[in-house]
Design a protein around this ligand. Structure first.
Ligand SMILES: O=C(O)CCC(=O)C(=O)O
Ligand SMILES: [Fe+2]
Length: 362
C-alpha cells in the first residue's frame, strides 16, 4: 500500500502548538506534502467559483488579460504555452503575484534581473467584477494560514520564529513595507477522453517556500512522488482542506531537513475540468534564505539528505533568482520576447548575454 498523506488540523496550532509543530515536522521531513483542515471554506468556494466562471468565458475575453505583454509573466495563458522540462502542460491558467507600485523594466539600470518581476496584475474587472475581490480575499486568507505554518515550522526546528519572519512582508506593498513575493496560479485542467493519462503538469519541485492549494472538491490528478519513487494520488479534498507542500526555499532554509518533493498532475479520463488554486508563499523578493544551524536538529528519520536534488536544477537562496528561474523555464516564449538580453542556463540560472554585460574597468 502506498503511504497516505498526513492530515493536520489548523485549530491544533492554538489548542496544542507543540503537538501541531511535531505533526508538521514529521510531515515536512518525511514526505514534504500534507493536507490541512481550516475554517475558511467559504472564501475558497467563492474563489473557485470565480475561477470557474473565468475559464468558461470565450477565448477572446480571456485573452483580454493575456500574458504575452507582461515581462513579469502575469496574466492568462491558454493551453500549450507552459511546459515542464520541455513537455507541454495540458492546462490553461492565470498567473498573478504580489503587486508593486514602482515597476522595473529591463532598461532600469538600477535594478537586478529579478527586479523585472516587480509589476502589477492584469485583472478582468470589466468581464467579471467580482473576480479580483474574490481572489484577493482568498490570497489574504491563505496568507494567514501560511504564516501559522511558517511559525510552526520554526518551532519544529527549534528556531526563533522572528529570525525567519523578518524575511516576510504583508500581502500588499505599502509606503513602509515591501510585500512578501507571493505568487499564485488559477489553473483549469480540461476534460480528458482517453484511458491513458495526460500530463497536466510534468514532474517538478516548487521553487518557493511553501505551497498551499485549494483544489476542485470532485476532481483528482495531483500526484506526489514517495521516497521509493512511487507516485501517490492526492485525494479530492473539500473546500475546508488545503493541500500543502514544501518548496525548494524551505528545503534550503532547513538545510535539507524538510523536503521539496517532486509532484505532477496526471489527468485521467474525466468529463469535468479540474480547477486548482495554488498559492506559492514566499519571503520578500530581495530576501536571501540561508540554511539554519544543523546542530539544533531533531532526529533524522528520512533515509537520505538531498533526496531529490538534480544537476539540472540549481537551488538558489535568493528569492528573486529562484523565482525568476522558475518563471523563465516554464514560459520560454515570454522569456524570449521580453528578456532577449538574458540567457537561461541548463540548470536554471539566468545570466546576461556577453554583449550586454557592463564593460569592466581595470
Ligand atoms: O494543480 C495542482 O494541483 C498543482 C499544480 C502545481 O504543482 C504547480 O503549478 O506548481
Ligand atoms: Fe507545483
Amino acid at each position: 500500500m502506498p503511504p497516505k498523506l498526513p492530515v493536520l488540523n489548523l485549530s491544533l496550532s492554538t489548542r496544542n502548538p507543540a503537538l501541531f509543530a511535531e505533526q508538521l515536522r514529521s510531515a515536512c521531513h518525511e514526505i514534504g506534502f500534507f493536507l490541512i483542515k481550516h475554517d475558511h471554506a467559504q472564501t475558497c468556494e467563492v474563489a473557485l467559483e470565480n475561477a470557474r466562471e473565468f475559464f468558461n468565458r470565450e477565448e477572446k475575453d480571456k485573452m483580454s488579460i493575456g500574458y504575452e505583454n507582461s515581462p513579469a509573466f502575469r496574466g492568462y495563458m491558454p493551453i500549450g504555452v507552459e511546459n515542464t522540462s520541455g513537455d507541454i502542460d495540458f492546462r490553461q491558467q492565470i498567473e498573478y503575484a504580489a503587486e508593486y507600485h514602482d515597476h522595473r523594466t529591463r532598461d532600469d539600470k538600477r535594478s537586478l534581473v529579478y527586479h523585472r518581476l516587480r509589476a502589477s496584475n492584469p485583472w478582468p474587472d470589466e468581464i467579471i467584477p467580482s473576480f479580483k475581490p474574490a481572489i484577493m480575499a482568498y490570497v489574504e486568507t491563505i496568507f494567514e494560514v501560511a504564516g501559522v505554518l511558517r511559525n510552526a515550522m520554526c518551532t519544529a526546528l527549534n528556531v526563533e520564529p522572528k529570525t525567519l519572519g523578518r524575511h516576510f512582508g504583508p500581502v500588499y506593498q505599502s509606503k513602509n513595507s515591501e510585500p512578501s513575493f507571493w505568487s499564485m496560479k488559477l489553473v483549469s485542467y480540461p476534460p480528458w477522453d482517453d484511458e491513458s493519462p495526460r500530463q497536466g503538469v510534468g514532474s517538478h519541485t516548487d521553487s518557493n517556500f511553501l505551497t498551499l492549494i485549494c483544489q476542485d472538491p470532485t476532481e483528482t490528478g495531483l500526484q506526489v512522488q514517495s521516497h521509493n519513487g512511487e507516485w501517490i494520488d492526492v485525494p479530492a479534498t473539500r473546500t475546508d482542506t488545503l493541500v500543502c507542500n514544501v518548496g525548494e526555499l524551505a528545503e534550503i532554509w532547513s538545510a535539507g531537513y524538510f523536503t521539496a518533493t517532486p509532484h505532477r498532475v496526471a489527468r485521467k479520463k474525466s468529463q469535468q475540468d479540474r480547477i486548482s488554486l495554488p498559492i506559492f508563499y514566499n519571503p520578500k523578493l530581495d530576501a536571501i534564505i540561508n540554511p539554519i544551524d544543523k546542530n539544533n536538529f531533531p532526529q533524522w528519520d528520512r533515509l537520505t539528505e538531498n533526496q531529490w536534488r538534480r544537476d539540472d536544477n540549481h537551488l538558489m537562496a535568493s528569492v528573486g533568482e529562484n523565482s525568476f528561474k522558475s518563471l523563465a523555464r516554464s514560459h520560454p516564449a515570454v522569456f524570449e520576447r521580453h528578456h532577449g538580453d538574458l540567457v537561461l542556463l541548463k540548470d536554471g540560472r539566468v545570466i546576461m548575454r556577453r554583449e550586454e554585460r557592463p564593460t569592466q574597468s581595470r
